[in-house]
Design a protein around this ligand. Structure first.
Ligand code: CP
Length: 306
């Protein structure tokens, strides 16, 4: 099979047209998820960091399209523990697979892999940097529930410093004219570079350390995030901020009827379980949408349209 190399490392490299095209492709996969269009293809999933949703939904996507999957979910079982470099690992796996889906704890690792790899790389999360496939499923979920990506009030809550999903989302939203609120404790506020990115790309935002009723009642989307324990070097600091914001069902009494609550998951304490039965809770469906979006992303990386 002839493979056209089209890596996905950051939303920065996707035009508005390409994003909308991929969302439309994902809609087709939602209508018909089982299509044996990747028979003979081998997909590698290399997870140097833990994952439930991203790895399993990418692997399910590959399986539902008829591809075979190789890879690892624990780098401790690989020759990287013997000192093999990331470059050599990528070169080896590209001997076996047609596309590599990779999560790594180092920011920039996916970009580096794409520069040395003869096969496409899909970034499944690199440190606190980017998580582009998550953003694509977030955009899919927002568009599906709100009917549009423009003219929305989107509130990002929690760990905006280390949360790669919110960083990726801002990169994508430069193409759309929605308004953001950044709600975080001072220690976890949105990094300056992303605030400058918003200014440079005309993304309207306000920021606060208060998760108030005004904020909740004025939101179309509330995007909760977990405080990323694994990114802290000082666990005392983590303990002091880990429960800064907890969304509870009674806080949603006067929310907009179209409000949807998203979360990339996993959650720890930041959404109380009593929210799960609220019609605004959308995070489990959001994760399910990841399957259709990742079917589209794998096909796109291989130059296959449906
Ligand atoms: N949203 C997300 O990346 O979840 P996992 O860490 O379980 O893959």
């Amino acid at each position: 099979m002839s493979v056209r190399k089209e890596s996905l490392i950051s939303l920065e490299e996707l035009t508005k047209d390409k994003i909308l095209y991929l969302l439309e492709q994902a809609e087709k996969f939602e209508a018909e998820p089982n299509r044996r269009i990747l028979e003979g293809v081998v997909v590698a999933t290399l997870f140097f960091e833990p994952s439930t949703r991203t790895r399993l939904s990418f692997e399910t996507a590959a399986n539902r399209l008829g591809a075979r999957v190789i890879g690892f979910s624990d780098a401790a079982t690989t020759s990287s523990t013997k000192g093999e470099s990331l470059k050599d690992t990528i070169m080896m796996v590209s001997n076996y697979a047609d596309v590599i889906i990779m999560r790594h704890y180092l920011e920039g690792a996916a970009r580096y892999a794409s520069e040395v790899s003869p096969v496409p790389i899909i970034n499944a999360g690199d440190g606190a940097n980017q998580h582009p496939s998550q953003t694509m499923l977030d955009l899919y979920s927002i568009r599906k529930t709100q009917g549009r990506l423009d003219d929305l009030d989107i509130t990002l809550v929690g760990d905006l410093k280390y949360g790669r999903t919110v960083h990726s989302m801002l990169t994508a939203m430069r193409h759309f004219s929605s308004r953001f609120r950044f709600i975080a404790p001072a220690e976890l506020e949105m990094p300056q570079e992303y605030k400058e990115y918003c200014c440079a790309n005309h993304i309207a935002y306000t920021e606060s350390s208060e998760f108030s009723y005004d904020v909740i009642n004025g939101s179309d989307i509330i995007y909760m995030t977990r405080v990323q324990k694994e990114r802290f070097t000082n666990l005392m600091e983590y303990e002091s901020v880990k429960d800064s914001f907890i969304l509870r069902n009674q806080m949603l009494k006067n929310a907009r009827p179209n409000l949807r609550i998203l979360h990339p998951l996993p959650r720890v304490n930041e959404i109380d379980q009593d929210v799960d039965s609220n019609p605004a809770a959308y995070y489990f469906q959001q994760a399910k949408n990841g399957l259709y979006v990742r079917e589209a992303l794998i096909c796109h990386s291989l130059g296959i349209d449906i």
